[in-house]
Design a protein around this ligand. Structure first.
Ligand SMILES: NC(=O)c1ccc[n+]([C@@H]2O[C@H](COP(=O)([O-])OP(=O)(O)OC[C@H]3O[C@@H](n4cnc5c(N)ncnc54)[C@H](OP(=O)(O)O)[C@@H]3O)[C@@H](O)[C@H]2O)c1
Length: 273
């Protein structure tokens, strides 16, 4: 839809990508309901954005929610419906980098709850309202790692792969309704999401990264184009296609990543985090 018609509930608004996305959506003419966990961070972000875009309370608002808590997800959906939201952008996310046996059970649960269960619950809670709109969109911020399994990202990749499956099935389930479902898969993006270890891994394995502003620009484009799915970066786009066609084709190509992961882990064991 046209940005000027969009009233966007943006989760993860206080994050590196979320802050840029909020600014880019507002600059394109959309109204935004910012969401994150910290009321202080949200209020400060609102003040900064409102100053730049000269917007009133209804055009730019915020609501705090910890998306791991189902009752907070319900309350956020209710608030967003009252605010007359017609676009839901799932940009909140939790990271997990490391070999599977180096990750604790709490991290596993947090990542799956935040990256996969929360978008499902929030979409479900808001769906009756979205269905009543003339036009509505649900835009999921996934990852290239949801389409290509990389050593060190088994749990994070599973959460984003699950989100991709959710978006694809829901898109088909809602075909013919007012609601479009979309999935954006950015590659590594320069925000504080990536730990020093994850950054060292990316450097050692020669992975390129994008700015948060370029991911935000892609989100604005997807709002307008209503494209069902898009991945960012080359050769990542090509690798996603190849991996989809022949899932074992890239196994050999990622052996070096596995060795880098093991080297970084043993280095960390010796020197500490
Ligand atoms: N950075 C990358 O390399 C990269 C690449 C591909 C995809 N992505 C995806 O892009 C999205 C944004 O990433 P980012 O780089 O902007 O990360 P970020 O800077 O760490 O921001 C994460 C955002 O998610 C919110 N969040 C985390 N846990 C939450 C919870 N339990 N409840 C509510 N909100 C929660 C944070 O809010 P608080 O202020 O409350 O912490 C913050 O606004 C994520 O879905 C991520 O998986 C990132």
């Amino acid at each position: 839809m046209k940005a000027a018609q969009a009233r966007i509930l943006l989760t993860g608004a206080t994050g590196g990508i979320g802050r840029e996305a909020a600014a880019a959506f507002l600059a394109a003419g959309a109204r935004v309901l910012l969401s994150g966990r910290s009321p202080q961070a949200l209020a400060a972000l609102r003040v900064r954005l409102a100053r730049r875009h000269a917007l009133g309370e209804d055009d730019l608002s915020w609501a705090a929610a910890d998306l791991r808590m189902p009752q907070e997800v319900e309350a956020l959906a209710e608030h967003a419906a009252g605010w007359r939201c017609n676009v839901l952008v799932h940009a909140a996310g939790a990271p997990a980098f490391g070999a599977l046996d180096a990750l604790d059970a709490v991290t596993l649960a947090d990542v799956l709850n935040t990256n996969l269960l929360a978008p499902m619950l929030l979409t479900r809670a808001l769906l009756p309202h979205l269905r009543r709109q003339r036009r509505a969109q649900v835009l999921c911020v996934g990852s290239v790692l949801g389409a290509i399994g990389l050593p060190g990202y088994s749990v994070y990749g599973a959460s984003k792969s699950g989100l991709r499956g959710f978006a694809e099935a829901l898109r088909r389930e809602l075909a013919g309704s007012a609601v479009r479902v979309q999935y954006l898969g950015p590659r590594s993006t320069r925000t504080s999401f990536n730990t020093a270890q994850a950054q060292a891994y990316a450097k050692e394995t020669g992975s390129a990264s994008d700015s948060a502003a370029s991911v935000a620009a892609a989100l604005v484009q997807m709002l307008a184009s209503e494209a069902p799915e898009r991945f960012l970066g080359f050769p990542e786009k090509l690798a996603v296609r190849l991996n989809g066609l022949v899932p074992t084709a890239l196994d050999g190509g990622f052996r070096g990543h596995g060795r880098t992961l093991a080297t970084l882990a043993s280095l960390q064991e010796r020197t500490g985090p």
